[in-house]
Design a protein around this ligand. Structure first.
Ligand SMILES: [Zn+2]
Ligand SMILES: [Zn+2]
Length: 416
């Protein structure tokens, strides 16, 4: 027997999944984002360039595809921001802001753990060519509204941080480095390694001794230039006025090289260790990094559908999931009525009535039991007598009530 690849899953009931995607699409269209699709495979170099060589994703989690010698290395996309930016540059998009979203599977080759998959699904939202920090506030408000109003989630928080511009970050990293040097004897090995290679990631350390030290570490938000300090103030003012509550989280960096200024994460403690279900921020240099002629300040976010499903599963019954249409099951009593069953079924399909036929034969009792398991609202029984008289027996599966009517009236009768 074959088994699923580790860290993947079969979705046998997509009702909640599709509901989430559908609600998100409608909500995003309301804010004038339009849907695009990019390939699942991309050049590996795209992510090395955009995410940074030292990020965990590029170091350990890339799903590489073995293409023959001489061909450029390709991979399954680990995220969709870089592909969207590539599409923006490659297709020579001239009209900005370019406000788009895409939905689909992403891949990480990592050790699977609770709530983390090797294939997972995300909605990625990007606004490319947006200078004002007001756009950041609007996207955050849009997401908060989606989670709270549309998906009726309550148990979550929004973490917010501001990383400043490149200059602020450089100056700050020096300060942070000096601070970490001073505490080198107490820090764990991982933190010491990150101090040299990917210093902002030290804050992700789970070690409580390290975290204790970090409470005294210098904060980026206290080391911003005048312009950035003003934008940081504006972002908070905007969010206050838009009635979005947030927690200022100075250690939040999101672990990817391309972010600057705004970074945010929506988290829920109901998710366990991997508590983030949506994250994003501003990236002002990525367009040029990926080959654009000039910088296009941009802001975006990704929403993890599997994580949202974990949060929504317990309140599924309170959500307005689309109802399945009533099922009609046609039961020919013997082989002689099979053709007639197909004709009656065809008639019902023409009238857009959800209809199935049982053609493999059985006793009437057996077939009624089967129809019941299928969730039939009505059964249409065709026996010899019905066939002779051009009639059909319609059985209401809820009440058990039976009624014999002319075959030609069946669709009209069922549509009442
Ligand atoms: Zn700055
Ligand atoms: Zn540590």
């Amino acid at each position: 027997m074959f088994k699923r690849v580790k860290g993947t899953q079969d979705f046998l009931d997509l009702s909640l999944f599709n509901f989430i995607v559908e609600q998100m699409k409608q909500h995003l269209q309301l804010y004038h984002f339009h849907e695009i699709a990019t390939p699942i495979i991309e050049p590996t170099e795209l992510f090395k360039r955009s995410l940074g060589l030292q990020t965990e994703i590029v170091k350990k989690e890339m799903f590489l595809i073995d293409v023959g010698k001489g061909e450029e290395s390709i991979c399954l996309r680990p995220e969709a921001t870089a592909p969207i930016v590539r599409a923006f540059v490659e297709n020579g998009i001239q009209t900005t802001p370019w406000k788009v979203f895409t939905y689909g599977p992403m891949f990480r080759y990592e050790r699977p753990q609770k709530g983390r998959y090797r294939q997972f699904h995300q909605i990625t939202i990007e606004a490319i060519g947006v200078h004002s920090i007001g756009y950041d506030a609007q996207i955050i408000k849009m997401l908060d509204c989606l989670f709270h109003e549309i998906l009726t989630l309550n148990n979550y928080a929004l973490q917010l941080n501001f990383l400043g511009c490149i200059k602020d970050r450089e100056a700050y990293l020096h300060k942070l480095y000096t601070f970490l040097e001073k505490h080198a004897d107490t820090l764990c090995n991982l933190c010491l390694e990150r101090k040299e290679k990917n210093i902002m990631r030290v804050f992700d350390c789970k070690n409580s001794k390290c975290q204790e030290i970090f409470t005294k570490a210098p904060k980026l938000i206290d080391n911003l230039c005048d312009t950035c300090a003003q934008e940081w103030q504006q972002l908070r003012d905007d969010l206050d006025l838009l009635a979005v509550s947030y927690l200022i989280t100075p250690t939040l960096v999101r672990g990817l090289d391309y972010y600057n200024k705004t970074v945010f994460e929506f988290i829920s403690h109901n998710l366990g260790a991997q508590k983030e279900f949506c994250g994003g921020g501003r990236y002002d240099q990525l367009v040029r990094e990926v080959g654009g002629k000039e910088d296009q300040p941009s802001v975006g976010a990704g929403i993890g559908i599997e994580r949202l499903m974990l949060l929504l599963e317990p309140i599924k019954n309170t959500l307005p999931l689309p109802e399945l249409p009533a099922l009609h099951v046609i039961i020919p009593m013997s082989e002689k009525q099979q053709l007639l069953a197909l004709l009656v079924s065809n008639e019902l399909h023409i009238h857009k009535l959800c209809t199935d036929v049982l053609l493999d034969g059985d006793s009437l009792k057996g077939m009624l039991r089967k129809a019941n398991k299928m969730g039939a609202a009505y059964c249409l029984i065709l026996g010899e007598e019905e066939q002779r008289k051009h009639e059909v027996t319609i059985k209401n599966m809820m009440t058990g009530e039976e009624k014999r009517i002319p075959q030609s009236e069946a669709a009209t009768y069922l549509m009442r």
